[in-house]
Design a protein around this ligand. Sequence first.
Ligand code: HPA
Length: 271
Amino acid sequence: MNNVIENAAARLNPLLRRECRIGLILGSGLGSYAEKIESKRFVEYSELSGFPQSRVEGHKGRFVIGELFDKTVICMQGRFHFYEGYPQSQIALAVRLMKRLGVERLLLTNAAGGVNLNFSPGDLMLISDHINFSGSNPLIGENDDSFGPRFPDQSNVYDRDLRAKVRKMAEDIGIPLREGVYMMFSGPAFESPAEIVFARTVGASAVGMSTVPEAIAAAHCGMKTIGISLITNMAAGIFDQPLSHEEVQQTAARASDRFTKLTDGILEHVF
Ligand code: HPA
């Protein structure tokens, strides 16, 4: 039993009102999607003892519970990052809390740098798999058997059947969708151009600093995950220009209509 999770579950459970099967984690510049949730109930991370706090500009730090398409959802508006100094086991807490609350399907979103040379800023990418190049793992430490096994399988972290449905739905609603492997670097420094050549060589289509710890924790406890990357910039060295967090946020803002439409489609028709 993890007391942090059990205490947080006791605080959030009364706000659910009915079964809540869907979890949503919003990435950099994408947090405003939570404004769409109806009958919102908020719990700040700071109200939950033992929970990390999110401190990145463009990230709020709270759970939002409410209804979308007549389904109850729990949403993290602002996530925790490895580069903020938290062990990945702490980043996994939020996913495990969702599991305790009954969540079965998880939508993970992020802003990412494009590595595949056919991509352009503003593209949306369905994550087919990941490369954990962060140097850590959320399951390091004593295993909690109530969530899953010591050595969990990772061959279908981003659920194959759900991905097929997302692809079909995106085509039906006319949203172009890329698909590829997301490679996690620890950050907070953006990657070097040589690291991006390496990422492409080992099969990555996009790079970022999040998502993988949550996806591993979700797979461990048997949740079905979909991951969506918004390509906010081409990764380092592809264009002759420096990268910045401002560029990431500006592209995210410009792409927000398409991101919203795709996310709506996933929540309404796939989950
Ligand atoms: N690298 C890592 N993380 C990112 C990037 C990038 O180029 N863009 C947005 N998040």
